[in-house]
Ligand binder design. Structure first.
Ligand code: GLC
Length: 450
């Protein structure tokens, strides 16, 4: 439960031009975000505009050093400024405000500071854990003399919450169901125990618990991907245990390893490998070499969530799409019976994931006594797995006891919407990060009396 130093949802009137970077699992995305606020004559969904470039994060960068990572990011920032002509518009005296979406668990003492607790989602870059990522990036920006001022470090869930609330005031939670899984919400400052510890340990003026009224708010990044790291609550299968043991950080992100997109395909693959090794699958193939020894089937993390949903979604009598997907992704020859079994397994893995994702959100709603509102969700699982949202909604009905509703059907028979529904988040790591940057720039201006 990390304090995110964002004190309010946006008013929707924020304006200005901001630079944002998003260090994602596969790409580094750099954006120029322009916020038009309510002055725009365009519809709410285009209250902002975006000019962006994506740069690939190589596997070697993901397991390299801090020096390589920050040098790469500063180099791409420099390219972006030049390509978009921003290097002529901004100067050292009037730098362009930068927001950094850093979607890993970080402890923040202020919004422009973020000490990485541990890498997640398969990243393993040396020299960053335990360090302030803002300071490390700032140093490289200074070395290259870029006209940029790093204003805020933001988690993707907090970005999703802010970007969505900018357009939809019913937004209560920002959630990511993608490579990782996590959510953020606004908490009452008075109930944040971490801030209470901070105030008793020093005469710290920066502690909002000292100066704010009891109903003041603060965004909390739950980092619930790390829930049950002690492995005391959730039942694990042998496949979950194997994934954890082979991961760069065994024992960490216990909840995420059961439910997030990075792992769903791998859980599925491990089950198939196990069944194939017992000759229960792919053994009747007439191909010259038994397909259970296919190199692709034996390759860790070869399957993404898209393949899983393609297999699940095939409702044809001979399961031709599922069979073709098994062949193209895993190199196996599947009979209709094999495909039937694979489809049932894909269903189980994805259903467990969606139900756990609902538990995380239901826990926030229970704790904060939230009874209605919109959960703005982003991420590959939420967006690309066609059955995810329905399963998630069904589990919410079950967990939150909306008992009169048809749990895995289409909701209440009268067609009435559930009190808490999932919506598609606006771009949190671009626009959301830009909005947080705008709010912070404005706060600083007020504080300095400018
Ligand atoms: C992982 C990260 C978290 C992020 C989530 C979704 O759980 O630790 O910070 O929000 O993935 O990207």
């Amino acid at each position: 439960m990390n304090v995110a130093w964002v004190h309010s949802l946006p008013r929707g009137t924020e304006t200005g031009e901001y630079l944002t970077i998003d260090l994602g699992g596969t790409n580094l995305r750099i954006c120029k975000v322009t916020l038009h606020g309510t002055s725009s004559s365009s519809p709410p969904s285009s209250k902002s505009s975006l000019d962006q470039e994506q740069y690939r994060i190589s596997e070697s960068l993901k397991t390299g050093t801090a020096e390589e990572l920050w040098t790469y990011i500063a180099e791409k920032l420099a390219d972006f400024l030049t390509t978009k002509g921003l290097d002529r518009q901004y100067t050292a005296q009037k730098p362009m405000p930068l927001g950094f979406t850093f979607s890993y668990p970080a402890t923040q003492d202020r919004i422009d500071h973020a000490v990485l607790q541990t890498w997640t989602k398969g990243f393993d870059i040396k020299g960053v854990e335990g360090q302030d990522v803002a300071a490390q990036l700032r140093e490289k920006i200074a070395q290259r003399k870029l006209p940029i001022d790093l204003i805020c470090v933001v988690n993707d869930t907090v970005g999703a919450l802010m970007a969505s609330a900018y357009n939809d005031p019913d937004t209560i939670i920002g959630a990511i169901f993608g490579t990782g899984c996590n959510a953020a919400y606004m908490s009452s400052i008075s109930s944040i125990k971490k801030l209470a510890t901070r105030s008793s340990s020093s005469n710290d003026d920066t502690n909002p618990q000292k100066k704010d009224s009891t109903d003041a708010k603060m965004a909390i990044n739950c980092e619930y991907g790390a829930f049950d790291n002690a492995h005391a609550v959730l039942p694990l299968t042998q496949y979950d245990t194997a994934i954890d043991a082979a991961s760069p950080r065994p024992g960490e992100q216990a909840f995420e390893k059961l439910s997030a997109g990075l792992y769903l395909g791998e859980i599925f693959r491990l089950i198939l490998v196990d069944l194939a090794s017992q000759n229960l699958l792919f053994s009747t193939s007439t191909s010259p070499s038994p397909s259970s020894s296919s190199p692709k089937l034996q390759t860790p993390y070869v399957l993404d969530t898209g393949a899983l949903s393609a297999i699940e979604d095939d409702a044809s009598p001979d399961l031709s799409t599922a069979r073709a997907t098994l062949t193209s992704t895993l190199g196996v020859t599947a009979t209709a019976q094999d495909a039937q079994a694979a489809r049932a397994i894909a269903q189980m893995v994805a259903t467990r994931g969606a139900r756990l994702c609902a538990c995380g959100v239901a826990a926030i709603c229970g704790m904060e006594s939230i009874e209605r509102g919109h959960v703005a969700a982003d991420g590959s699982v939420a967006n690309k797995h066609p059955r995810f949202k329905k399963r998630w909604a069904g589990a919410m009905r079950e967990v939150l006891g909306w008992g009169d509703r048809n749990v895995y059907g289409d909701g209440d028979e009268s067609g009435e919407e559930d009190p808490i529904v999932i919506t598609s988040a606006e771009d949190g790591s671009g626009v959301g990060c830009g909005i947080i940057c705008a709010v912070e720039v404005e706060r600083r201006r007020r504080v300095s009396g400018g």
